[in-house]
Design a protein. Structure first.
Length: 289
């Protein structure tokens, strides 16, 4: 499978998701690269704040119709979708999932606040769990419980992202922390937008982190034991984000300091080596939760 455009996008991203592909055999690795490139492209369209919302909405609509053509056996025009089409066909990836993902990107065009956890989890499902539901087909999942695993893990990872990116999101006028939780802990929106760290904010973030831990635990519980080997890339990604959550906890969830919260390259490489050793030695216990 040759996909130079997708591979270039994946290499440039240097993301935790792309990192997890290293443990995959060649063909699934190339397939995940094509899927990741699609996700990266539509996400970048939604996040390009210098472009008017109406234009971004039109671009996302064009991506929707182009990936529909790829799913329906037509002739997609975008290079990423042309490279993705053989993956769609081979792994029977349904248009419904791509549509759900784009709907999540469209939410970022209009929604700058989330009233409660229910609506935030709907957003997380669209932008993270759906990616998991597509990915497990490429990984070779055979059991229905893998879908529940993908949904729970997607929410765990997205909650971790939200806690890490509060300051950057605030700079763009976005607050993903639910308004009900802001009110419960006595943290004002203005305080978040001004990057104010306080004991109240720490308690709010810790409460949200505990909710994320619940999703990690759920993912670990529902994944069938005999599917863990197939899910090694997802399990590596979960362990990376779990370590990121622990690092946030050690910092008291203070993400308003100049130095961002991230894992070092040696730490990530150690997690890859650990996951590879567990795979080879048959130790399939989750490295998170």
């Amino acid at each position: 499978m040759s996909a130079p455009v997708s591979q270039s996008i994946t290499r440039k991203s240097a993301s935790n998701l792309a990192l997890a592909f290293l443990l995959l055999p060649r063909e699934p690795r190339a397939a995940m690269s094509a899927l990741y490139a699609f996700c990266r492209e539509v996400d970048d369209v939604a996040d390009e704040d210098t472009v008017p919302v109406a234009e971004r909405r039109a671009r996302l609509a064009a991506w929707r119709e182009d990936v529909r053509a790829a799913c329906d056996g037509g002739q997609p025009q975008f290079p990423v979708n042309r490279e993705l089409q053989p993956v769609i066909i081979r792994y029977r990836l349904p248009f419904q999932r791509f549509d759900e993902l784009i709907r999540g990107c469209e939410m970022d065009l209009d929604t700058l606040r989330y009233p409660d956890y229910a609506q935030l989890e709907t957003y997380c499902y669209h932008v993270a769990s759906v990616v998991g539901l597509l990915s497990i087909k490429i990984f070779g999942c055979r059991q229905e419980h893998c879908a529940e695993y993908a949904i729970a893990l997607g929410k765990a990872l997205q909650f971790t992202n939200i806690l890490r990116d509060v300051a950057g999101d605030a700079d763009r006028g976005r607050i993903y922390l639910p308004q009900t939780e802001l009110a419960r802990f006595g943290v004002s929106e203005d305080a978040v937008l001004r990057h104010e760290y306080s004991a109240q904010y720490q308690k709010l973030a810790a409460s949200m982190a505990e909710r994320a831990r619940g999703f990690y635990r759920r993912a670990g519980e529902v994944l069938p034991h005999d599917e863990r080997r197939a899910m090694v890339a997802a399990e590596l990604m979960a362990s990376v984000y779990w370590q990121l959550l622990l690092k946030l906890e050690r910092r008291g969830y203070n993400v308003f300091e100049p130095e961002p919260v991230r894992l070092s390259k040696p730490h990530k490489l150690a997690l890859i080596l650990r996951a590879w050793c567990r795979l080879k030695l048959g130790g399939l216990a989750p490295g998170y939760g």
